[in-house]
Design a protein around this ligand. Sequence first.
Ligand code: ACO
Length: 337
Amino acid sequence: LQEAVITGAGAYVPPRRMSNDELAGFLDTSDEWIFSKTGIHNRHIAAEDQATSDLGAAAARQALADAGLTPLDIDLILVATSSPDYNGLPSTACVVQDLLGATNAAAMDVAAVCSGFVYALETARAFARSGSARRILVIGAEIYSRVVDWSDRSTCVLFGDGAGAVVVESLPESAGNTAPRFPRARVLDSVLKSRGSDAQALVRPAGGTRRPVNPGDNFGADQFLQMDGRKVYNFAVGAIGEVIQELLTRNGLSLAELDWVIPHQANARILEAAARRLKYPVEQMYSNIAEYANTSAASIPIAMNEMAAAGMLKPGQNIITVGFGAGLTYGGNLLRT
Ligand code: ACO
């Protein structure tokens, strides 16, 4: 039997950095409010000439180099994004394929918003285990600075731009975990969940087929992300615990055997509340939200890449990723290094 193994990681975050103080220059807000409510100090903003695919391709190049592969080795590209280059056609994954010159790859987007990377990694695992793809690029890439309403202080302060990527290879189960290159982690299991009945809690109302934009229309705030912050907060705290507990129980692991949680970076307070409820040390829930804010589907692979680069991931660890977001969707992947 084949198994799915992460053999390389990469990330790209645009250099332009926007602090809370800069936001306070044009919005009625403050570093104190934003940091105390969310843990965010900065976010990075894509340049005008950058699209989501540019960020994704930059992260993917780094992941390929890390895995020792070339673009021609890849047979499937999955891009998790909810801020695509184009409105539906073509997919961002096809643009990434062209930017990389990955001409042997099939390419498609995965739309599960902030859970997108978790969903895409499980999709990659299914392809890898069945043997229908051998080397897969899984990318999370977002430019939320073009999805938020910059006059709405309750949402725009929360988000940032960036991309992360991993290479997933289909390897024989007996191959074990022998190569010294890192991060090299087996994707052992995933849980994926959706709650479409709460679709309106986090929504970009206009611009799709439900409310198409016609010449001369001005939908104002409805063109942008709108959120019931309280509802999403409460959902997220519960979702994190549910996913972790289900993955541990199903795989015969205890909380003490869980070395790291790599959560979607939406709000540091959400992580603290979830950790408290679970009785899990919050220090083992990786957080870089202070620097990047919420980069939606990109946040987990950016975090993974940072942890690997910092030497925090060591052989023999159990790691759970947890994503949650619009849909509502949530889920997680169990990795073993
Ligand atoms: N600066 C200053 N004041 C603000 C700001 C701001 N940026 N934003 C809102 N306020 C004010 C509000 O107007 C309100 O004032 P009022 O009491 O006079 O009406 C007050 O602060 C409190 O606002 P609340 O919305 O009640 O604040 P809350 O404690 O709920 O925190 C927050 C808001 C941080 C957004 C929180 O609800 C949250 O983190 N929710 C989860 C959001 C999230 O994670 N979303 C992303 C999910 S991932 C995805 O799929 C994209």
